[in-house]
Design a protein around this ligand. Structure first.
Ligand SMILES: Nc1ncnc2c1ncn2[C@@H]1O[C@H](COP(=O)(O)OP(=O)(O)OP(=O)(O)O)[C@@H](O)[C@H]1O
Length: 275
């Protein structure tokens, strides 16, 4: 899958601020004339290019509002980017979105329904059902209506359904973190299985431990920019150093870390182009 120079700019109503980027003048005038609130431009993803290969487990990290979810929504086809394109060999499945579950039905019935909705043969559904019930690890609650589930329990169910068809490209936006330790273990085992079956997983997380443990590669986004892309240990270490400076109020030092890494990234890309 290739994310090719993807950018996303949201127009958002704002009461104003000095460093806001205004929309073009004619739009401003028209809104003023119509008595609508002013709108500013918010760049959520900034010209991001990435190639993700089969079998890769790519972690996406970055502070709040850095563009991770926006990028995942674009990859999942839920949102069109302002510019750029995503080329994928198969439809990416974003956990919990591509399958609509029914609150009044039991967990087991929902798994069955979710599998059928994803085009699975009914005989195959019977075959895989016990395994998926085990992945969800809901115990007796698997027979309860889904509306009686906690948010973590519902997340487990969605996870089991989303991974049922061995999606080629699976997108997880913080899904595992909502579960407890037992679910995380099972969830990780299931994702390792997906990866082995030559799919790839895109995984958004704020947990560096989880990212280091599970990912084969990590992408760091900040304010929509691609800051780093590489080895999980290396990227998470630099990210932690950046966050530490921010937490200590050393914004300049944090910016310097980011600038240096972005320059390194440009140099690497240039070397690759010339190679
Ligand atoms: N529907 C929307 N309309 C306008 N702006 C949006 C919208 N959704 C997100 N944004 C903006 O886009 C930027 C990126 O948001 P996004 O949710 O992609 O970040 P994130 O990295 O996933 O953050 P988090 O770690 O907090 O989940 C933010 O500045 C946010 O304010």
């Amino acid at each position: 899958m290739v994310i090719d120079r993807v950018s996303m700019v949201y127009n958002v109503t704002s009461t104003g601020g000095r460093d806001e980027v205004p929309v073009p003048a004619p739009v401003r005038w028209a809104r003023r004339a119509l008595g609508r609130p002013p709108v500013v431009r918010n760049r959520a993803v900034n010209d991001v290019t990435l190639a993700v290969h089969q079998g890769e487990f790519v972690g996406f990290i970055g502070r709040n509002g850095s563009g991770k979810s926006t990028l995942m929504n674009i990859v999942a086809g839920q949102m069109n980017p302002t510019s750029g394109r995503v080329h994928a060999t198969d439809t990416p499945v974003k956990l919990g979105v591509n399958v609509s579950l029914v609150p009044a039905l039991s967990g087991e019935k929902n798994i069955r329904l979710g599998c059928l909705a994803q085009g699975m043969d009914p005989r195959l559904v019977d075959e895989v059902l016990p395994e998926l019930v085990e992945v969800a690890a809901l115990g007796k609650a698997i027979h309860w209506p889904m509306k009686a589930y906690s948010s973590g329990m519902a997340a487990r169910l969605r996870f089991a359904v989303a991974t049922a068809t061995d999606p080629h490209i699976l997108i997880l936006d913080e899904a595992l973190s909502t579960g407890d330790a037992q679910f995380r273990d099972r969830g990780q085992a299931r994702m390792a299985q997906i990866r082995e079956q030559a799919g790839c997983v895109l995984f958004v997380s704020h947990s560096m431990a989880e990212v280091r443990q599970m990912c084969t590669r990590v992408v760091w986004l900040d304010q929509g920019d691609l800051v780093m892309d590489g080895d999980p240990e290396h990227v998470t270490r630099e990210y932690e150093a950046f966050m530490k400076e921010l937490a200590a109020g050393n914004n300049r030092a944090a910016e310097r870390i980011k600038e240096q890494l972005m320059n390194d990234l440009v140099r690497t890309e240039l070397r690759e182009v010339h190679a």
